[in-house]
Design a protein around this ligand. Structure first.
Ligand code: FAD
Length: 498
């Protein structure tokens, strides 16, 4: 292998492949030659439709115009996820991308809120969260304000096939070469074991110095060639299938994803401009495919536009996500169910990490590779723990599925996190955890975990003053709403919705 990386080969043209191509083309420009190989015969998984706010960094780095992006990918705005029936049947809460209240040094807002409740002040935690207020009112417009009380972080729901095509056009316009063909063999350096070229079914060869494996769950290079192994997390996250079906759009487009707990899994509803995306994530030990299809079709709320499609998956991660000269990105690197819409983010994060640790002219550095793998592992594990929290922190008792998850032994880091919060409302932040304190607090409180004690600073405030401050804060949070258009009107102003 030459010392410097001059030729990058990406295998796979799903979201992972085209996002890798676009970011590499944008950041490394003509310092490298990038080729993407994909097979239309295999196709893409095509179900990743909900994102989280860091997607804004991808768009900003690529220099994408938001209105064009919304039009071309049939995207809508996502301010939050609404969780129905998770804590207990009939309950509902939002995990928003915002933060309730106003930052107060040393003492997070929820301590003051708990104190207010103890004083008999009737206040709903989410009424202090602008994302929640806008989501519930179905309103949206970007806010440019220096006042953190008015911060309104948002992400998108988009059509994943259109998103792939959008990134493909972007990448090809910046010099990425697309090769259509089926990889049928892989050649490796006999001495070092590095991958040297892909051989296509028609005999063509694609040579490279660094290979980005975006081949989906099969892990064409990272698993089938390099056999890095797979860490299975099915004992914590037993859902192993999803059934997906598109349906007609509702008259009004909600600016949030809906996640509804069901007897052996959960249902998603994702509003796009031209249709709704629906699916049921379930455990095949507790529900048959036919039962899952019937449950989903009974609950989509509008006519189906296609037959339901079953997708099998295995929750876990590749034991090494970078090995030799192969970096696994996307489903080849692992899978976590889409409960918090994290997979596309994990793709983004893997590519950004690759660009951060990109081999210098001296070639691959084992120290860099090891550090890349350490970051990837911790990032995957912290997302995993956040997802497990949703299943574990439940009072549902209506099926063996929920009882098992409620009673299971969770990973140590998560158990410690819950215990600390339960005791005194305290949370510790892992630097590689993408979910910050406001997210953890919303899910913990939303699913009924209430701290036994609060911070002394919250108890030191005069109760009448606290009531007054909360009234003012709620009014300040509501203020932008009056001027904000309806979500659908915002999309129309961008040229969207037919
Ligand atoms: P794929 O889309 O499977 O692409 C694989 C590519 O490799 C294809 O182009 C294929 O042709 C190519 N390929 C494979 N083998 C060969 C070969 N031999 N020769 C040539 N080409 C080959 N993520 C989110 O962030 N939000 C969500 O809401 C969300 N929802 C999901 C719902 C479900 C049910 C599932 C299963 C996943 C969901 N995800 C979600 C995850 C998301 O779909 C994936 O992370 C994303 O689509 C990336 O997939 P990929 O590009 O890695 O793989």
């Amino acid at each position: 292998m030459p010392a410097a990386i001059e030729r990058i080969v990406i295998v796979g043209g799903g979201t992972a492949g085209w996002m890798a191509a676009a970011l590499i083309a944008r950041v490394l420009g003509d310092q490298v030659r990038t080729t993407l190989v994909e097979s239309e015969e295999i196709g893409i998984i095509g179900v990743g439709e909900a994102t989280i706010p860091p997607i804004q960094h991808v768009n900003a780095t690529l220099g994408i115009d938001e209105a064009a992006f919304l039009r071309e990918t049939k995207a809508t705005i996502k301010l939050a996820i609404r969780f129905d029936d998770w804590g207990a049947p009939g309950e509902s809460y939002f995990h928003t991308f915002g933060a309730a209240g106003r930052g107060i040094a040393f003492c997070p807002f929820h301590h003051f809120w708990h104190r207010a409740r103890a004083e008999g002040i009737d206040a709903h935690y989410w009424d202090f969260d602008l994302n929640y207020l806008c989501a519930r009112a179905g309103r949206f417009a970007p806010i440019q304000s220096g006042d953190p009380a008015w911060s309104l972080p948002y992400a998108y729901h988009f059509d994943s096939s259109l998103y792939g095509q959008f990134l493909r056009r972007y990448s090809e316009a910046r010099g990425v070469t697309r090769v259509e063909g089926m990889v049928s063999a892989v050649e490796r350096d006999g001495e070092r074991g590095d991958v040297t070229s892909l051989v296509l079914r028609d005999g063509r060869r694609v040579e490279g110095d660094l290979f980005v494996d975006c081949s989906g769950a099969r892990g064409l290079l990272i698993q089938q060639q390099l056999n890095v192994g797979y860490e299975d997390w099915g004992h914590w996250l037993p859902c192993d299938r999803a059934i997906a079906v598109p349906s007609e759009r509702f008259a009004e487009t909600a600016p949030y994803t809906q996640s509804i707990a069901r007897t052996a899994g959960w249902q998603w509803r994702i509003p796009l401009q031209h249709r709704n995306g629906n699916g049921l994530v379930y455990s095949s030990r507790h529900l048959s495919d036919d039962q899952a299809a019937a449950l989903l079709l009974d609950n989509i709320g509008s006519p189906a536009l296609a037959d339901p499609r079953v997708i099998r998956f295995r929750t876990g991660r590749a034991r090494r996500q970078w090995h030799h000269n192969v970096v696994a990105v996307g489903l080849s690197s692992g899978f976590l169910e889409p409960l918090e819409s994290t997979s596309i983010y994990l793709i983004q994060s893997a590519i950004v990490r690759l660009l951060h640790f990109f081999p210098t002219a001296g070639g691959l550095d084992p120290l860099m590779v090891a550090e890349y793998n350490r970051h990837s592992q911790v990032e995957y594990e912290t997302v995993r723990d956040f997802i497990i929290l949703h299943y574990h922190a439940t009072r549902r008792d209506d099926s063996a599925f929920w009882r098992d998850l409620r009673d299971m032994v969770v990973p140590e880091r998560l158990a410690a996190k819950i215990a600390l919060f339960r005791a005194g409302g305290v949370l510790t932040q892992d630097p590689l955890d993408i979910f910050l304190e406001p997210s953890w607090v919303q899910v913990l409180l939303g699913q009924g975990i209430v701290p036994a004690a609060r911070h002394p600073l919250a108890d030191g405030v005069d109760a009448r003053q606290l009531a007054e401050q909360l009234r003012e804060l709620a009014a300040a949070k509501r203020e932008p709403l009056a001027k904000m258009p309806r979500h659908d009107d915002f999309l129309r102003a961008c040229g969207g919705i037919a």
